[in-house]
Design a protein around this ligand. Structure first.
Ligand SMILES: [Zn+2]
Length: 401
């Protein structure tokens, strides 16, 4: 199984210049190789293969000695990319489609180069790239497996390294006897049916706050002004940061859940979004919408969590697949209104944070939802198809659904 890791690089000035230089040489080679294929076909009606072009590399280095300053496999990979572009092209022609002929790549489209086998080595905080140097890299996730390829990519003004790893075995985790219901929310990132919560990390909130501020600042700047351009850049940077943090958090949270639980039950997100969006609040006297009211804030927080949820559930599905876990989606219609103790409907407004029922069931609102979600999932699964037991910390008797 293959797994990819994307880490941010922090090259110094000289290294960055070398990265750009390498990228430009690769782009140049790509276009030259494309041009050669094109000409050969147009003038002689013959196609040139990847292997023929690869054999020409030493000669190219003689004519253009600066190409000695690029790792030879990186250059081979450039030609391989072109070969793949042609393979795709011919494949589509064969299928009777009308594909575009492989195109020359402009500076902005050609934004990466790859070490396909060797020429790189990763340490704790550095990566050494052959012919470029030792660059600082932020390794925010543990790299598992053997690194097969290393791609350096320039994206939105930043440099990244993407490591593709071969993970051995990917054998399913040992079976777990715990199941869990997961209620994704705004107050907590997730409430679990066993009473535990997964909180969004605090720095995440901080970054979101900053994002809001920058957004407001941008809206005050004049169109086309220099300050506006700067504000746009700052906003893009903040967005990137939030996105990266969110991805990182989603990875960690989903891994933890998949490791521990056998059956994971969630609400079907698309429907959930429609149901739980808070109503905009109006001022009772004037009828105007309240500027900084909870509803407005809830709306923004909500949109931010929505994006996080999607990423999180996607990862959960993928990881569950690898690990041999089961994921069940349930209809979110009444999950926040049903009492997990007695099964009766107890309607609550969005503001009510506590679930309290005549049957004696007293729970955090989201924990109650998570319990109902789990029971719904178990119903779908059918009794006895998966070994089950009450998760630890269960304070309420399992309802007799
Ligand atoms: Zn009850």
């Amino acid at each position: 199984m293959r797994k990819a890791y994307k880490f941010r690089l922090s090259p110094n000035k000289q290294q960055e210049a070398k990265l750009f230089w390498t990228l430009n040489r690769c782009q140049e080679l790509y276009n030259a190789a494309l041009s050669e294929r094109k000409d050969a076909y147009r003038m002689a009606g013959k196609s040139i293969s990847y292997y023929e072009q690869k054999r020409d590399l030493p000669e190219i280095k003689e004519i253009r000695p600066e190409y000695h300053d690029i790792h030879s496999q990186v250059l081979q990979d450039v030609l391989l990319r072109l070969k793949r572009a042609f393979d795709r092209f011919f494949e589509r022609v064969k299928n009777g489609e009308k594909p575009g002929y492989p195109r020359f790549q402009g500076r902005h489209r050609y934004d990466s180069f790859t070490y396909p086998q060797s020429g790189f080595s990763l340490e704790e905080k550095h990566i050494t790239l052959s012919k470029i140097g030792t660059l600082r890299v932020k390794v925010h996730r543990k790299v598992e497996g053997t690194i097969k390829t290393c791609t350096v990519k320039h994206e939105a003004g930043q440099w990244y390294v993407i490591l593709c790893c071969e993970v051995k075995g990917s054998e399913p985790l040992p079976i777990s006897y715990e199941d869990v219901g997961i209620d994704l929310g705004i107050t907590h990132f997730a409430a679990l049916s066993n009473g535990e919560f997964i909180e969004s990390p605090r720095h995440y909130r901080k970054a979101e706050k900053k994002l809001r501020k920058l957004q407001e600042a941008l809206s005050r700047k004049k169109r086309g002004s220099h300050r506006r351009k700067r504000a746009v850049r700052a906003l893009a940077k903040a967005h990137r940061k939030v996105r990266n943090q969110r991805r990182d958090f989603a990875h960690k949270a989903s891994s933890k859940l998949v490791k521990r639980y056998q059956v994971l039950v969630l609400e079907d997100l698309q429907t959930k979004n429609l149901i739980k969006r808070p109503q905009p609040k109006q001022d009772e006297a004037t009828g105007q919408y309240l500027p900084n009211g909870a509803a407005a804030k809830g709306g923004l927080n909500k949109s931010i969590s929505d994006a996080g949820w999607g990423m999180f559930t996607d990862m959960l599905h993928v990881k569950a697949g690898w690990a041999g876990r089961t994921i069940i989606g349930v209809d979110p219609k009444y999950t926040s209104q049903i009492c997990p103790g007695c099964g009766n409907v107890r309607s609550k407004t969005l503001q009510e944070r506590w679930h309290s029922c005549e049957c004696g069931c007293e729970l955090d609102r989201d924990t109650a939802s998570a319990k109902v979600i789990l029971e719904e999932g178990r119903k779908q699964l059918g009794a006895g198809s998966v070994p089950q037991m009450n998760p630890p910390g269960e304070s309420v008797e399992a309802p007799a659904f």
